[in-house]
Each structure stands twice: as structure tokens, then as C-alpha cells.
Design a protein around this ligand. Sequence first.
Ligand SMILES: NC(=O)c1ccc[n+]([C@@H]2O[C@H](COP(=O)([O-])OP(=O)(O)OC[C@H]3O[C@@H](n4cnc5c(N)ncnc54)[C@H](OP(=O)(O)O)[C@@H]3O)[C@@H](O)[C@H]2O)c1
Length: 218
Amino acid sequence: MTGSAMRAVTLDNGVERPILGFGVYQIPSEQTEQAVPEALAAGYRLLDTAAAYRNEGAAGRAIKNSGKLWISDTGEENARRAFDEITPAANQIETHPFFQRTQYQRLRVERGVQIGSWGPFDEGRNNLFTHPVLSDIAQAHGRSVAQVVLRRLIQRDVVVIPKSAHADRMAENFDVFDLELTDDQLSRTAGPDTGHSSFLDHRDPAMAGRVGNLRLTD
Ligand SMILES: NC(=O)c1ccc[n+]([C@@H]2O[C@H](COP(=O)([O-])OP(=O)(O)OC[C@H]3O[C@@H](n4cnc5c(N)ncnc54)[C@H](OP(=O)(O)O)[C@@H]3O)[C@@H](O)[C@H]2O)c1
């Protein structure tokens, strides 16, 4: 494990989870079986997968084969109990430099809902990795734009789950715990926010209808 120690957040239900994890969306199944052990070797202990990513089985097999199965809160009964809870303990939303959603942060204070970021790099859209402000801050620390993007979310206490299919980038993305952005740098990172999604608007009825009708067998 590189960098200083991993930070954890404690959810409202008392569960502790690492503030930095690994996402496997859009990694093909065969590659997921290789990527997951690489991510575990880099130090990740929070993995984000879902049936809709169509690689959940591969991720599960890779975790099982790694001998690092530490999760106890699985199974239908536990899942049902979680659904019965009125307020979710965590909410994963699109969050990146072009859609920062800082207003959601107050949910953490007011309702104890931990915010998690998906798409922290905006999947590379908007030339994120060469953005002038982010590049300038990265250069000041001798780090990469990816590390600055992840670090600013962690300094905002947002859980973040970057995806990479490359072992060197997995390690780079994990190596952010000895990086500290200054208040001035954090304010400058607010600049690129457009206030709208780069992907889809969940409040658009047509889009909600399409998403609601998606079936895993499609
Ligand atoms: N809850 C939801 O609705 C939802 C929706 C979408 C995603 N997610 C979760 O969030 C995770 C992350 O979001 P995402 O996969 O959409 O996109 P992302 O993490 O914003 O971006 C991934 C892209 O960035 C590249 N990348 C990663 N590290 C890099 C680095 N250090 N330098 C340069 N390029 C780098 C990756 O390329 P390579 O792979 O080639 O390295 C890939 O093209 C997903 O995998 C999934 O687990 C959840």
C-alpha cells in the first residue's frame, strides 16, 4: 500500500467504510477477474459493483478467490432490513469537478446520509485530465490531475470509487493520503462546476421512464 494510511468514514448506522474504493463499471467480465485482484493488491478494500454492470459474478469470483472476503452484511435478509430503513445511510451520486453538488453535503449533517461519488473523473469527459486549473494544482504538488480530483473529494469527506482497468492507475488513484490541498486550492477547484450532469438528468421524465424500463436481459 502506497501513501499514508487510508481514511474511513462511519455511516449513520455505525458501519465503517473506507473513503476510497474501486469501481468496476464498464470493465468487461473477463478483465474484471484480473482487475479486482490488482485493485486488492493496490490496497483497495471497498469495491463497487452491481448487477447492471454485468460483471458482478466476475467481481464476486475474484473476491472469493482472493481469500479477502470480509463482508458479513450480505444476503437477502440483510438486504431487506436495509431497504426497511427509512433514511439511507449512504447515497452514491454523480460527483466530479464539472458537477460538484456541494449542496448535497448538508444531508450528511442534517440527516446523516454519507455522500459517495460515482464518475469522479467524469469518465474523462470535458478534457478533465488536462483541465488548466486542475493541472496547475497537480503540478504544484508534483502529482497527477487524477490524484487532485480524488483528494479534493476526500477532503470534502465524500466517499469516492474511481474505476481503472490499469494496475498503474489503480495504484496512482490509491496514493492520495499524503497529499493535502490548501484552502486556496480547494476554492479554485470550485471553478469548473457547471451545475449540471454530464451524463443524464434523473428528473427528466423521459429519461426516468427509459431507466425504469431497463431490464438486465435487454
Ligand atoms: N451508482 C451509479 O449509478 C453509478 C453510475 C456509474 C458508475 N458508478 C460507479 O462509479 C465508478 C466510477 O465511475 P466511472 O467508471 O463511471 O468513471 P470514472 O471513475 O470517472 O472514470 C473512469 C475513466 O477514467 C480513466 N482513468 C482512471 N484513472 C485514471 C488516471 N489515474 N489517469 C488517467 N485516466 C484514468 C479510466 O481509464 P482506464 O480504465 O483505461 O484506466 C476510465 O476511462 C464506476 O466504475 C462504478 O463502480 C456508479
